[in-house]
Design a protein around this ligand. Structure first.
Ligand code: ATP
Ligand code: MG
Length: 581
């Protein structure tokens, strides 16, 4: 590829529309241009990177036995109604009607479509297991598209769906995908962790997210400093040991205390001069049709996802002011468990508390020295809060660390959620009809590129891992009008090209400074500089984008030197043995 014949519109200024470095650099390097909110044109070198990532994904999916197909972007509403998600998915689903008035949507994910295909085509255990995948454009009408390709509305995703006859098979399919994901992200040169996660709106029972570690990541991760436990903050389990109160602790008599206008934890604890961990918050929550009181220690935060799973509810939300008034006879801020007529559930940490403070179910009133069982009854205890830095690893009890991550991939065990709703059944060996057991597996292709740039850059620009860089090598002649330079540069370029190396020849009539800056900005891993002085001695300079020093290489050894260099660079991103992970 010749630079002059390609299209790489770079620029130097930092674009004001971009908040994070990967977004800035992708604009500056001429990889993407915004069309409208969350919708981008991918320019030629951006597309080259995307195609390389897709290539890695394809190889690893094929290696893992998945079969590629391509499903449509437009999906009929009927299928979404069958699965029950038409009403449930919310406004991320872009819905419309065609000229015949048929309702449809732009696919944000393809469970419905693949399940429809499988129920029509697969009828016997002999045709299973099967895993179909595609690399296709999704549309999600995100509330806050941002950070360029990191969170957009239209984006390329690899999505795969496995179908098995039994649990063991489904687990095996899941593990195979997990290993394939390790290989994919490793080959993309990403520094990542697989973390346990909640299944969200896709539904299902078990899932892992693949998180690229980065301070700008939107997700918080909790990771053990010692064992390999890692989880999404929402999912991170807390193991609360039950403690027995010290023998000298007496249950003190309950007392009413006036707390005029003290409603928040901060106001109440300041007013009473106690630390927040001596107080119990009582949250009144609507859980589907039921109203429930949820008790959480004053310094802890309720985790609504844990609560929703704990109550096995479809929907939960904090009760409105009127409900709080009806249930507690007091405005918001004074609820307490004593005398409440609704079911009470509590976080495990509350179980270890004695003589605590709660709301008094009356305006401007709190209660002191409240105690479990003596003063009220908790229906069920559970892990209902967010983990804190004081908590320990739920697996090994060691310190935990809080990290930030970018979710590049997500794998789910779906079970029979879709196959039952949509009747994707097969006949087993005994001739019984059974629903397929499903799994689904996504990777954000554009987000992988953004994440790689977010992790690999410096003040000069992008430093892409060789496996996903737009070119492997750039040949940069300093004096293009000098015949010896341009001839040598061209020969090297042609030789590398012949070797199948992805090389770009900067044949532009530009100052060396401009060429160097562009090569660095775009992030080409290997640069060969050809100049008058070197050529006189039969030498060129080779510099790696991620190293400071340059090496002098004889022209006649250039090609073999570059091949060796690339081999080493590829070795750095070769997959580690998945058994070790
Ligand atoms: P997020 O929590 O970031 O919105 P998600 O849980 O909705 O992600 P999935 O439904 O699991 O995402 O989709 C699979 C993968 O697709 C994600 O892991 C991510 O890499 C990618 N992805 C999801 N939403 C977007 C988006 N708006 N822009 C770019 N990539 C996305
Ligand atoms: Mg999302």
């Amino acid at each position: 590829m010749k630079f002059s014949e390609f299209f790489i519109p770079t620029y130097r200024e930092i674009p004001s529309e971009a908040e994070i470095v990967s977004h800035q650099l992708m604009l500056r390097a001429g990889m993407i241009r915004k069309l409208t909110s969350g919708i981008y044109t991918i320019l030629p070198i951006g597309l080259k990177c995307i195609r390389k990532i897709e290539g890695i994904i394809r190889e690893e999916m094929n290696r893992a036995g998945a079969i590629e197909l391509l499903m449509p972007a437009v999906q009929p509403a009927e299928l979404w109604k069958e699965s029950g998600r038409w009403d449930y998915y919310g406004r991320e689903l872009l819905r419309f009607k065609d000229r015949h008035g048929h309702e449809a949507c732009l696919g944000p994910t393809h469970e419905e479509i693949i399940t429809d295909l499988v129920r029509n085509e697969i009828h016997s255990y002999r045709q299973l297991p099967v895993n179909f995948y595609q690399i296709q454009t999704k549309f999600r009408d995100e509330t806050r598209p941002r950070f360029g390709m990191m969170r957009c509305r239209e984006f390329i995703m690899k999505d795969a769906y496995s179908f098995d006859t039994d649990e063991d098979g489904a687990n095996h399919s899941y593990e195979k995908m997990k290993r394939a994901y390790y290989r994919i992200f490793k080959r993309c040169g990403l520094d990542f962790r697989a973390v346990e996660a909640d299944s969200g709106t896709i539904g299902g029972s078990y899932s892992h997210e693949f998180m690229v570690l980065s301070d700008t990541g939107e997700d918080q991760i909790v990771a053990c400093s010692s064992c390999n436990y890692a989880a999404n903050l929402e999912k991170a389990e807390i193991k609360t040991e039950e403690t027995t109160p010290a023998p000298d602790i007496q249950l003190a008599p309950i007392e009413e205390i006036a707390t005029p206008n003290a409603k928040t934890i901060e106001e109440v604890t300041t007013f009473l001069g106690i630390p927040p961990n001596r107080l119990v918050k009582t949250l009144i929550v609507r859980s589907d049709e039921e109203t429930v009181a949820v008790l959480i220690r004053g310094d802890h935060e309720l985790n609504e996802i844990k609560l929703k799973n704990f109550l096995d509810a479809k929907e939960i939300e904090l009760a409105d002011e009127k409900t709080v008034m009806d249930i507690t006879n007091a405005p918001v801020g004074f609820a307490g468990p004593v005398g409440l007529k609704v079911r009470i559930v509590a976080d495990m940490a509350v179980k270890n508390m004695v003589n605590f403070v709660t709301g008094g179910n009356k305006k401007d009133l709190h209660l002191k020295n409240v105690n479990l069982e003596r003063d009220f009854h908790v229906d069920r205890f559970g892990d209902l809060r967010f983990i804190t830095p004081e908590d320990k690893c739920p697996r090994c009890g060691k310190e935990i660390r809080f990290l930030r991550g970018i979710e590049v991939g997500h794998i789910f065990k779906l079970g029979t959620k879709y196959s039952e709703a949509m009747k994707a059944v097969f006949l087993d060996e005994e001739g019984n009809e059974r629903p397929c057991i499903m799994g689904c597996y996504g990777i954000g292709v554009g987000r992988c590129l953004s994440a790689a740039i977010e992790q690999n850059n410096d003040e000069d620009g992008i430093i892409l891992p060789v496996s996903i860089a737009p070119f492997e090598v750039i040949v940069l002649p300093l004096q293009i009008h000098d015949p010896s330079v341009s001839k040598a540069a061209k020969t090297i370029y042609e030789e590398l090209n012949k070797e199948g190396i992805d090389v770009i020849f900067d044949d532009r009539d530009e100052r060396p400074g401009v060429k160097f800056k562009d090569a660095d900005l775009i992030g080409i891993p290997v640069r060969i500089t050809v100049g008058v002085r070197g050529i006189k001695k039969g030498e060129v300079e080779v510099k790696l984008r991620n190293e400071k020093e340059t090496k002098t290489v004889p022209v006649d050894r250039c090609s073999s030197f570059i091949k060796e260099t690339l081999n080493n660079l590829y070795h750095e991103v070769s997959p580690i043995n998945p058994e070790l992970l």
